[in-house]
Design a protein around this ligand. Structure first.
Ligand SMILES: *Cc1c(COP(=O)(O)O)cnc(C)c1O
Length: 404
């Protein structure tokens, strides 16, 4: 069934050395590694199909268009969207959120309220603050507790008929907390608010069903789920995507243009101005195929094993504190050692070939909550092993000895 050693052979980068040591890649929450199947698909596109899409009558252009649209169908199937035109291909999560936030400028008025969670990535905070500046809408925050969980009681108290939009991530990139989005969506809908879920950190671990969730918008990036950088998606319910005005003007997104009046193309093209990342869009589908072949049930079960194994060992190191101890969490461990700066720990680990992230993880409000400048974050994927975790634990012990 699930054979990690066989899976590792799909990832050429995992056999390289860093600073003379075998690479141990534990920065998966920042970006995932790329399997040979996806690398082959990139090469195949440029070697055999490279052409601009949706415009040419020539064969290459038609073949590239077919591949691009087939990939959209794969993404639709993966997220279980009702229509393929509810899938907008973007450059990533950040682009998708900005597209929606910009669109809501036309729908909000002064005094309307929008609700964000305390666990957000900066890309799910700043675009909404900009929206509030443009419209006079008010931003409210669902607080978090010491374990890194959202406080649902306060959330339901924040909701009112003034609430127009609620947005939160499905899984926190800084702490790994899995948020109760089913409940968040249900309660928001009771007051008539729309919900946007940032799935950048959930899509590498689970397969969301947007119809089952009844979510209004769901966004993700390909590069965190074995695909390339510079491509991602926005799922939006048809009724919402029809209501929102276009984000960018340009080619591809129009029906007819004259200097008197321009009419916009139908969905999804209304939101896809300009030449997109064609190769990335096509290969996004390949990455989804790859992850489905490994199987999301297998991925979740194996990553939970890695999380438990690593948590139990790291906890035993004296002076090590883990941030984010939610009951429901994925394979992310944020920690600090005594008063040692996370950057120093990360530097020593790098000398040992171990790649972790240090800093605020684009989530400064979370660091402010804990009164720390940042953490060391080790995030595991299905191609990591217990032996690699042993190397991390030994590395952290060594860093502690050298720095304290
Ligand atoms: C990575 C990440 C983002 C930003 O994704 P980009 O690919 O950089 O646009 C947003 N939210 C969360 C939770 C993330 O993990």
């Amino acid at each position: 069934m699930f054979d990690v050693l066989k899976i590792r052979k799909d990832f050429p980068i995992l056999s390289r050395k860093v600073n003379g040591k075998p690479l141990v890649y534990f920065d998966n929450a920042a970006t995932s590694q790329t399997p040979q199947q996806v690398i082959d698909a990139i090469v195949n596109y440029y070697a055999n199909y490279n052409a601009n899409i949706h415009r040419g009558v020539h064969t290459l252009s038609q073949e590239a268009t077919d591949l691009y649209e087939q990939s959209r169908l794969k993404i639709q199937a993966h997220f279980n969207a009702k229509f393929s035109h509810e899938i907008i291909l973007t450059s990533g999560t950040t682009h998708s959120i900005n597209l929606v936030a910009n669109g809501f400028s036309a729908l909000l008025k002064k005094g309307d309220e929008i609700i964000v969670s305390a666990l957000e990535h900066h890309s799910n905070i700043v675009p909404w603050q900009m929206l509030c500046e443009r419209t006079g809408a008010i931003l409210k925050v669902i607080p978090m507790n010491e374990a890194g969980e959202l406080v649902m009681e306060t959330y339901t108290n924040l909701l009112s008929n003034k609430t127009k939009l609620v947005f939160t991530n499905h899984i926190s990139n800084a702490l790994g907390t899995i948020n109760p989005i089913e409940y968040i969506i249900e309660k928001a809908h009771e007051v008539g608010a729309a919900v946007l879920i940032d799935g950048a950190q959930s899509c590498p671990h689970i397969k969301p069903d947007v119809q089952d969730l009844d979510v209004d918008f769901y966004v993700a990036s390909a590069h965190k789920m074995c695909g390339p950088t510079g491509v991602g998606m926005l799922y939006g319910k048809e009724e919402w995507l029809k209501k929102l005005p276009p984000y960018q003007g340009g080619g591809e997104m129009i029906a007819e243009v004259s200097f008197e009046k321009t009419t916009y193309a139908d969905l999804p093209h209304k939101f896809e101005a300009g030449t997109p990342n064609i190769c990335g869009g096509i290969v996004f589908g390949t990455a989804i195929d790859y992850m489905n072949t490994v199987g999301f049930k297998n991925i979740a079960a194996y990553e939970n094993e890695l999380l438990d194994y690593a948590t139990n060992q790291l906890k035993q190191i004296e002076g090590l504190k883990i941030y984010g101890t939610a009951k429901n969490k994925t394979s992310v461990i944020s920690f600090n050692l005594d008063n040692i700066h996370p950057y120093d720990v990360g530097t020593i680990l790098d000398k040992l070939g171990i790649a972790v992230r240090t800093g605020h993880h684009c989530a400064q409000p979370i660091m402010d909550f804990y009164c720390i400048p940042g953490t060391v974050r080790a995030s595991f994927a299905f191609y990591n092993t217990k032996e690699e975790i042993d190397a991390l634990v030994a590395g952290v012990k060594k860093a502690k000895m050298m720095l304290s």
